[in-house]
Design a binder for this molecule. Structure first.
Ligand code: PLP
Length: 408
């Protein structure tokens, strides 16, 4: 039971302070307990209760203007605000299919995703995702989407050919794979080649930046690291820093123009773009800008990464430290050579999380199946201090030793 959160910590009912090194679910970026964010929510709610999503409010317009002028890539100035990550990817899939239909390519409905990946828990987003554990038990309900190996452009080309390019509306990918892959990072040229392949086949490229967006990787968005611009981008967690349920769908004029030309409307969710949530997100983004926190994510990320590399260079049960900025993964194995997982029944990642919690640090368990089974994902607030980095690395090392000793 968490009764308070402040700075980089969560506080339990008995007063124990837990270092939030997972940023909740890789959400918290400006830290907890910022009074100006609570004040913005109160001010907005005092002004306006509920207004249907297609209408304007000053807080909606302010957020959209800030996104377009300070955050979104050039040319990506179409904005829809929803209430979370799954909603944003789901809406992006609808947008892609509607775009194809409006462009007289109505046979294009299928999505190509990757394994591993996670795009959300609605039926369409679970179908697009390659998270074996979270898909399990829903096979008969999931849509007949296609999946390809996460870092292999030839495999993507084969998947497109096999599925028939005339049936594919969009390719969806996380720039760096979060929950399913613990910060799996593709080759530098992967996305340039993948985006080119998509363009040649009239397939839209959707970047799922729910986890990587809004500074998490030390850049405004993860796709920047790979020299590409998607047709549609979605964001969520960092957009409101955990202070309001929010997601965003961002698109280029190319995507929206055919819908407008054919007069297609697009059904909203009732709570899309709630004015108070927009006021909150606008304040979170302002704090990120004023305190230069995206640059800080890069600096603190490099420190954390080199401390982890030092600590685990020769560790028998850590096969890799990876990721960018403050989205870092630590992969856990029974043996490094040959690369062997602990038996799945051990549930090693959860055991490590328990050991960390016993020592007052929250980290996020990651991995989704045979490609990445056990890993820990680190995504602390960008405000994490040097001392907290030291504490995190020391506790994680003790936790991994304790959990692997018990499992061996
Ligand atoms: N996409 C990615 C990359 C995510 O990491 C997540 C959640 O972890 C989602 C989509 C789904 O977001 P939500 O849990 O807010 O629905």
């Amino acid at each position: 039971m968490i009764v308070r959160s402040e700075g980089n910590h969560l506080v339990t009912a008995d007063g124990t302070r837990i270092l939030d090194a997972g940023g909740g679910a890789i959400v918290t970026n400006v830290g907890h307990g910022r009074p100006e964010i609570a004040e913005a929510a109160a001010r907005s709610l005092n002004e306006i209760g509920y207004v249907i999503p297609p209408w304007g409010t000053p807080d909606r317009v302010r957020l959209r203007d800030r996104l377009v002028s300070n955050w979104l890539p050039a040319g990506m100035d179409r904005v829809a605000i929803v209430s979370g990550g799954s909603e944003s990817v789901d809406a992006a899939i609808r947008l892609a299919v509607a775009y194809q239909r409006a462009s007289e390519r109505s046979t294009k409905w299928r999505i190509i995703g990757r394994r591993p990946s996670y795009h959300g828990a609605t039926i369409a987003t679970l179908s697009a995702g390659g998270h074996d554990a979270r898909r399990s038990g829903f096979d008969s309900t999931l849509l007949d989407y296609q999946h390809t190996a996460w870092n292999d452009v030839d495999a993507l080309e084969q998947a497109i050919d096999q599925a028939d390019p005339d049936t594919i509306a969009a390719f969806v990918a996380e720039p760096i794979i979060g929950a399913a892959g613990a910060a799996l990072t593709p080759d530098d040229d992967y996305f340039v080649k993948a985006a080119d392949l998509c363009a040649r086949n009239d397939i839209l490229f959707i970047a799922d930046e729910v986890m990587t967006g809004f500074g998490r990787c030390g850049t405004k968005f993860g796709h920047e690291l790979f020299g590409v611009t998607p047709d549609i981008m979605v964001g969520s967690k960092g957009l409101s820093g955990g202070y309001a349920p929010m997601g965003g769908v961002f698109a280029t004029e190319k995507v929206v123009a055919p819908l407008e030309a054919t007069g297609q409307t697009f059904m909203y969710f009732t709570y899309s773009g709630h004015s108070a949530s927009c006021a909150v997100a606008d304040t979170v983004l302002r704090i990120l800008e004023e305190e230069d926190l995206v640059a800080r994510a890069e600096v603190q990320g490099q420190k954390l990464r080199s401390r982890l590399e030092e600590q685990f260079a020769d560790h028998p049960h850590v096969s890799e430290v990876r990721g960018r900025g403050l989205l870092l993964g630590v992969e856990l194995v029974a043996d490094r050579d040959p690369h062997t997982w602990f038996p799945a029944a051990v549930g090693l990642k959860d055991r490590v999380v328990e050991q960390c919690m016993d020592r007052g640090v929250w980290v996020y368990p990651a991995g989704s199946g045979e490609i990445v089974q056990d890993a820990i994902l680190l995504g602390p607030p960008f405000t994490i201090t040097d001392d907290e980095i030291d504490q995190l690395v020391a506790v994680l090392a003790q936790a991994i030793d304790a959990a692997t000793a018990a499992a061996s």
